[in-house]
Ligand binder design. Structure first.
Ligand code: BG6
Length: 515
């Protein structure tokens, strides 16, 4: 008997990974959480996979006083906490290339020290002036650091040859609204050319998010049905069980709108809904994303609450543990109005998507961790099975499961053995882990490597970021001028306010998977 398996690899098309050019990675905020939890471990993995040659060093900066040795210990611990497959010998040799300078980000002499140290390390590691400045610091420091890099002559926008070698990596959020993003872009552009700027949205580095492009544009069968004629609605969910961790200082000023919706959410939406780019080149893809964002129907103050609602978690139980409400979190004011949940309904005014609702929801302290994009197709227009009582056939649903279980599933109806007319709704599931048998790499590995080879495809461009802020401007203005988020108990899955937004259209939110 032949074994029928739903997914088998028939052919591999693999382009060899391009290793990083020799470079010095300069990390501002090197003693912080992001560096320790994500960056160092990702760099180690690149090194382990021979994608980072010996002509590499990392120079960390921070306010914390560290000697080089103490910094290496700090990085060592971070890498060990984050990965299980570590070889002590490799790690030791990798970490011996880490250096540290402490100082104040607004001190001119600090940047002179940096310049001198870079010169010495370039010589030692035979690096030809390729420097990547990574801002892993709180956003209010971005302008200060960029201005100083410019004044110290470290950004080189005017020298065509050097310009190619010097890059600036900025973490999200880029600005906190349209005006501040425009202002920050102006400051950054005084010192760096757009081709040198890598604005990170780590969701774009996730394998499953990158796969959206492959899935849509490397297969001929999906594009013909990827439009208003066949698709009923799209739901995009980013649901977290985590609260705000130790980030109240940042989160309370950001909220879910600035923290996730403006960036991760809208980026996924753009990839799902954009037109086909001419080629797999950074600007071709980024042009299409911007075009899509531009086509989103603007929010109007008069009907805002029909299309976007916000909530805040109160005390509850998550994963069997009692947790406090948002306003009782350490560092959060008792009367904070910051939203930790958003549900929204967006429309794209273009030929492909006119009148197809895109329902988006994201929240912290929800019932399950689940990020997915669900595309629900229209039902069959006429059921030939009416005579036997099968009038309303379930719709086909295609789910791009982004995390934590990376995969794709498609539901469809099939005849089940038995009476002449009987059917089941089946799910065809493809799981990355099962098929490829490897762990899905951390998004930062992809993004760091791309930056080191000078590929901007997975980074957001100035117009992209500004377009997203512009879209949300009416929402921020309305929310800032009054009203308050509804409350939801931590650990819950659905709440009346969010349900109303979709149920008024006769649809329902999908159940979070993993519950
Ligand atoms: C970050 C947000 O950008 O993304 C966090 O600042 C959020 O609040 C995180 O928890 C989610 O990322 P991931 O990769 O765990 O889905």
């Amino acid at each position: 008997m032949h074994e029928i398996r739903p997914f088998v690899i028939q052919q591999d098309i693999v382009c060899a990974e391009v290793p990083a050019n020799p470079n010095g990675l300069v990390v501002f905020g090197a003693s912080g959480d992001l560096s320790r939890r994500k960056l160092f471990g990702s760099m180690y993995q690149l090194s382990k996979h021979n994608l980072l040659g010996k002509r590499f060093y990392l120079l960390g900066f921070g306010r914390k006083e560290f000697t080089d040795e103490q910094f290496r210990e700090f990085a060592w611990e971070g890498i060990q906490e984050g990965s299980s497959d570590i070889s002590a010998v490799d790690l030791e040799s990798f970490i011996s290339r880490f250096y540290y300078i402490s100082g104040d980000y607004d001190d001119v002499s600090f940047y002179e020290k940096v310049k001198k140290r870079l010169g010495e390390l370039d010589k030692k590691y035979d690096v030809d002036g390729t420097h990547i400045f990574y801002l892993a610091v709180p956003p209010f420091l971005y302008s200060t650091i960029v201005k100083h890099l410019g004044s110290a002559g470290l950004s080189c926008p005017a020298d065509a040859e050097l310009k190619q070698k010097v890059r600036l990596v900025i973490e999200k959020p880029f600005g906190r609204d349209l005006a501040s993003a425009v202002e920050l872009n102006e400051v950054v552009h005084r010192c760096f050319d757009e081709s040198q700027i890598y604005r990170i949205d780590h969701y774009l580095g996730k394998e499953t998010v990158q796969n959206i492009l492959m899935f849509r544009f490397a297969n001929a069968i999906f594009e013909p049905v990827w439009n208003r004629d066949y698709i009923d609605n799209v739901q995009i969910t980013i649901s977290e069980t985590l609260g705000i961790e130790h980030r109240s200082g940042y989160y309370d000023k950001a909220g879910a709108l600035r923290d996730i919706f403006q960036n991760h959410m809208l980026q996924m939406l753009a990839l799902v809904a954009m037109e086909s780019p001419t080629s797999f080149e950074a600007d071709h893809i980024r042009d299409e994303k911007v075009k899509l964002l531009r086509s989103i129907r603007p929010f109007k103050p008069e009907n805002l609450k029909d299309v976007i609602v916000r909530g805040q978690y109160s005390a509850g139980t998550v994963d069997g543990q009692k947790v406090v409400g948002y306003c009782e979190e350490s560092g959060v004011e008792g009367d904070s109005m910051t939203e930790t949940f958003i549900a929204a309904k967006l429309f794209m005014d273009n030929l492909r998507w006119k009148d197809v609702p895109f329902y988006l929801r994201t929240g912290k302290r929800l019932a399950a961790k689940d990020t997915e994009i669900a595309i629900t197709f229209k039902k069959v227009p006429h059921s030939m099975f009416v005579s036997v009582g099968l009038e309303d056939m379930p719709a086909n649903v295609l789910v791009l499961q982004i995390q934590p279980e990376e995969g794709i599933s498609l539901s469809f109806q099939a005849k089940r053995p038995g009476s002449k007319v009987c059917m089941s709704t089946l799910n065809m599931n493809f799981s990355y882990g099962e098929i490829f048998g490897t762990e899905v790499p951390e998004a930062y590995q992809r993004l760091l490597l791309d930056c080191m080879v000078g590929d901007q495809t997975l980074f957001t461009r100035q117009d992209d970021v500004e377009m997203a802020w512009q879209l949300l401007k009416p929402v921020m203005e309305a929310w800032e001028s009054g009203g308050k988020p509804f409350e939801y108990a931590a650990g819950s899955e659905s709440f009346a306010e969010a349900d109303a937004l979709i149920e008024s259209d006769g649809r329902k939110w999908r159940k979070l998977s993993g519950i």
